[in-house]
Each structure stands twice: as structure tokens, then as C-alpha cells.
Design a protein around this ligand. Structure first.
Ligand SMILES: CC(C)(COP(=O)(O)OP(=O)(O)OC[C@H]1O[C@@H](n2cnc3c(N)ncnc32)[C@H](O)[C@@H]1OP(=O)(O)O)[C@@H](O)C(=O)NCCC(=O)NCCS
Length: 214
């Protein structure tokens, strides 16, 4: 018995999710995923070849989701939070269930309250009493610590560290290797630059960078 799964997006993020799925299938005692392939409106030639090189297929544009059996699960393989939100809006019309995917080398603590579409990559840590919205992605070796709340479409890029009791607004992005100090608030659609250290709250829709982040 397997569960069918389709990834939206042939880009690097989507293909990294395919690797996550393969890893999960190798060790899990849960029902394995059967990865049917990727949907993407306009995959570049090079990305189509990369998908093929993984032994997988591009199934067609996003509309293909509407032709799949009702039990087929979907995961959004779009790295940028704002782009992911736009794609989710379209994918929702297919009314297929979204998968939650946790790499076997990631850890997730107790009392995680999670909406659909959470993806937790290798080495990532979600500690304890965390709440996440829809389609939150925690990339390789990133940490979302105790008592944090991450709204829909939040992304933590690789090695980002969000300390305890932070609040991340809808579609906020914490860049690679950035640190958010305890209790800080990152507004909706704000971007924390790679390597930044956030010492003050970040207003919605703004971008900050550097140490301390400005
Ligand atoms: C901060 C950020 C949002 C700025 O994006 P941008 O506005 O397109 O910035 P630009 O590339 O035009 O650079 C503008 C200036 O900021 C500097 N800069 C860019 N990113 C920076 C960062 N993370 N820290 C410090 N300075 C940075 C550039 O050197 C440039 O400086 P200059 O004007 O003196 O030459 C972006 O660079 C970033 O860090 N995004 C996070 C993405 C990430 O983590 N990706 C990893 C994916 S795995």
C-alpha cells in the first residue's frame, strides 16, 4: 500500500523535496509515498532534464492536479514564501490533500500544532510547543525553537535559527544562517537577509540585513 504524491515545482526546492521523500520512504514504518512526478507551468529545459536525471517525470502544468485521483497528495515545492502563496491559491482549486513531510533526520518536539503542507528538511529542528500555519517550510539545519508561532507560508532557509517565543507573520522569510533573538516579531512578508542577526522586531513588508539587522 502506498500513497500517491505530486510535487508542484521542478526547481531546486521541489527536487530537494523529492530527495526528502526518498529518504522518508527508506526508513519510515508509515505508509510509503509513491512519487508520481512534478507539475509546473513552465519548467525550464534544464530543470526538466534535472527531473529526468532523478528518474522522475514532469507531468504537465499546474492544471494537471485537477485530473488526478482524489486521494493524490500534493506538496508545494516552491522555495520563496510569496511565490508559494500564489501557487497555493491555484493548487487549492484541485481540492487534493496536502502532504506533511518530515525528513527522518529532522526532529519535531511535542505539542506541535501544524496545518497542512508543513515540510521539514534534513537536520532541521522544531522544538517544543510550536504552532505553524499552512505550507510552512523549515529548510536544512534550520531551527524553530520553543513557543514560536509561524503563520502560513513562512520559510526558514538553511541554517536559520529562530529563538524561542518568536512570532513570524504570514509569508515571512528568514534567510540562510540568520538568527532571530528570543521573542522578536517578524512581520508578514518581511525578509530577514542571509546571515543577519535580528535584535529588534521587523515591520511587515520590510527587508533587513546585517548584524545587528537594519
Ligand atoms: C537581504 C536580501 C533580501 C537583499 O536582497 P536585494 O535587495 O536583492 O539585495 P541586492 O543583492 O540588490 O544587494 C543590495 C546590497 O545589499 C548587500 N546585501 C545583500 N544581501 C545581504 C546580506 N544578506 N547581508 C548583508 N548585505 C547584503 C549587497 O552586497 C548590496 O550591497 P551594495 O549596495 O553595497 O553593493 C537578500 O540578499 C538576502 O539575503 N535574502 C535571503 C535569501 C537566502 O537566504 N537565500 C538562501 C536560499 S537557500
Amino acid at each position: 500500500m502506498t500513497v500517491d504524491l505530486v510535487i508542484v515545482g521542478c526547481g531546486g526546492h521541489g527536487r530537494e523535496i523529492a530527495e526528502l521523500v526518498r529518504a522518508a520512504n527508506r526508513v519510515t514504518d508509515a505508509t510509503p509515498w509513491r512519487l508520481l512526478g512534478f507539475v509546473d507551468d513552465a519548467p525550464s529545459e534544464v530543470n526538466r532534464k534535472r527531473v529526468q536525471a532523478l528518474g522522475m517525470s514532469w507531468l504537465g502544468p499546474l492544471g494537471t492536479l485537477g485530473e488526478l485521483p482524489r486521494a493524490t497528495h500534493v506538496v508545494l515545492g516552491i522555495g520563496d514564501p510569496r511565490a508559494r502563496r500564489v501557487v497555493a491559491f491555484r493548487a487549492d482549486t484541485a481540492d487534493l490533500p496536502y502532504a506533511t513531510l518530515v525528513h527522518p533526520d529532522a526532529t519535531v518536539g511535542g505539542d506541535l500544532v501544524s496545518a497542512e503542507g508543513l515540510v521539514v528538511f534534513a537536520g532541521a529542528r522544531i522544538t517544543t510547543n510550536v504552532v505553524v500555519g499552512r505550507h510552512v517550510h523549515v529548510n536544512q539545519n534550520a531551527t524553530l525553537a520553543h513557543d514560536c508561532v509561524a503563520d502560513d507560508f513562512v520559510s526558514l532557509h538553511p541554517m536559520a535559527t529562530v529563538s524561542g517565543d518568536c512570532r513570524l507573520g504570514r509569508a515571512a522569510l528568514v534567510g540562510a544562517g540568520a538568527v532571530v533573538l528570543p521573542g522578536r516579531r517578524i512581520g508578514a512578508e518581511a525578509t530577514v537577509g542571509a546571515g543577519a542577526c535580528v535584535t529588534r522586531d521587523v515591520p511587515a513588508g520590510t527587508a533587513v540585513k546585517g548584524v545587528p539587522a537594519r
